[in-house]
Design a protein. Structure first.
Lengths: 266, 266
């Protein structure tokens, strides 16, 4: 049976709310995901939350019922609560009716099996959680294996990144590594490293990409450092006709990834 | 000479801060843009702010000096202030050193000259200001003429949309129209209306697109209404291999736009 929490002052509420903060997430090794769609996506990928909060009014929803049962059988905790408390937990004006607390997974490079997919996405020093989540979502769509985050990036377990991923958080592998770990790891096996760069004349549509292709984009403001670009097997650019000469990092990543996918599914 | 404002209680500060709110923006017909890059982009596109705020420490910056001079000669107001007040105006923890208050422009369909560009982007019932701004930025990169917003959308003059556009706000035309205004307008002249849809077997890479091409994406959650899709000259889909069967709306728009651009620059 679900436990009921109605008081804002309940210590569990305080603890879960704290997971919106990176330091607490790191200490607890937990993270938050919200919404029926994302929680159902996680379930389908075989991942259940350790704690499931749902709004009283939604207790009859079939997905809520199914999830509640599974979480309890799995030894997790199910908590019935109010919309107001869910609002407090999620920080959103219009909170979702369910919220899950998940265990963070290992983001070591060792967990990447490069032969599992023909495309891998790589983002260096990414700053924006929305971009990170959007890239995960794009990765899911193009059948990528996952996303490798290079150097200091925004936390992939942040509420905003999980939200923007629309569940791809649970279907894509995520790894975090310094550049000087990533490059030796990459060179230990097969893999074509393709860097998006402004300093090349190679149009992204020109090359025949070789699987597994690692598509790398740089930081939103600076792009890839010159020495990172130089270490790539291939540097490509996306043509830009406009005045600003810039694309959003998640957009660049998607345009390249769909080009590679297009070559493979023709 | 710049006027100096140091007090949070100054009525102008309160008024400008109010522009973060849609109702105030609409009443005043003004909007905010922040940061040297975006303000310089606006200037290059021939648009100056009516009011320019800059942080005292940045008064010597050559772009700030140039902009200040131009704004004053243009009859606008230049205000030197503190980082703290800029923080209050922008709502960002790490405020930019300049902030401009711009006059909203007319977003009537009548201002769209369809022959001015081979690609136009169309977004229906868009909800997310970041998506809207990102689509403007992509439009700039692909040489689109602008973005037509159909039905009730997020305010294109919102701080978040302007920020995400990275200046494309000032280089792309923006129009707002109901569907029952847009469709008759479109049919009065040339234009191929292409809708992104899940209910078609036509891969987005298959058609020969005809200029001017109007690429339309639907609302983030629902996609295009069936009757809107039915009214299109062409319905296309983007292949998705993943589990979630969904792409971010700005990503979909960019993948289609780069396909069309690719046909034209080959």
């Amino acid at each position: 049976m679900p436990r009921e929490i109605t008081a804002f002052s309940n210590p569990l509420i305080k603890r879960v709310r704290g997971l919106r903060d990176k330091r607490h997430r790191r200490e607890e090794r937990l993270f938050l995901a919200e919404g029926l769609r994302i929680l159902a996506e996680a379930e389908e990928a075989g991942t259940l939350p350790e704690m499931l909060f749902f709004a009283r009014e939604s207790g009859d929803h079939p997905i809520v019922q199914r999830l509640s049962g599974k979480v309890e059988r799995n030894g997790g905790e199910v908590i019935e609560t109010s919309r107001d408390i869910l609002h407090k937990l999620s920080g959103k004006d219009n909170p979702q009716v369910v919220l899950g607390v998940y265990r963070q997974f290992d983001t070591g490079l060792a967990r990447i099996d490069r032969s599992a997919a023909g495309i891998w996405l790589v983002a260096q020093a990414m700053r924006d959680p929305g971009n990170l989540g959007t890239i995960l979502r794009t990765g899911d769509a193009v059948g990528a294996g996952g996303l490798i985050l290079i150097d200091d990036t925004v936390d992939p377990f942040s509420v905003e990144a999980v939200r923007a991923s629309m569940g791809a958080m649970f279907t894509q592998r995520i790894a975090q590594a310094r550049w000087d770990e990533f490059l030796p790891w990459l060179r230990e096996g097969e893999g074509q490293l393709v860097g998006l760069s402004l300093d090349t004349s190679v149009d992204y549509r020109a090359p025949d990409y070789v699987a597994p292709t690692f598509l790398m984009v740089g930081n939103e403001a600076q792009g890839l450092p010159a020495d990172y670009a130089a270490a790539c097997d291939l540097r490509v650019k996306i043509p830009m006709l406009g005045k600003a000469d810039s694309l959003n990092a998640a957009i660049s990543c998607a345009v390249m990834a769909y080009q590679v996918l297009g070559q493979r599914i023709d």
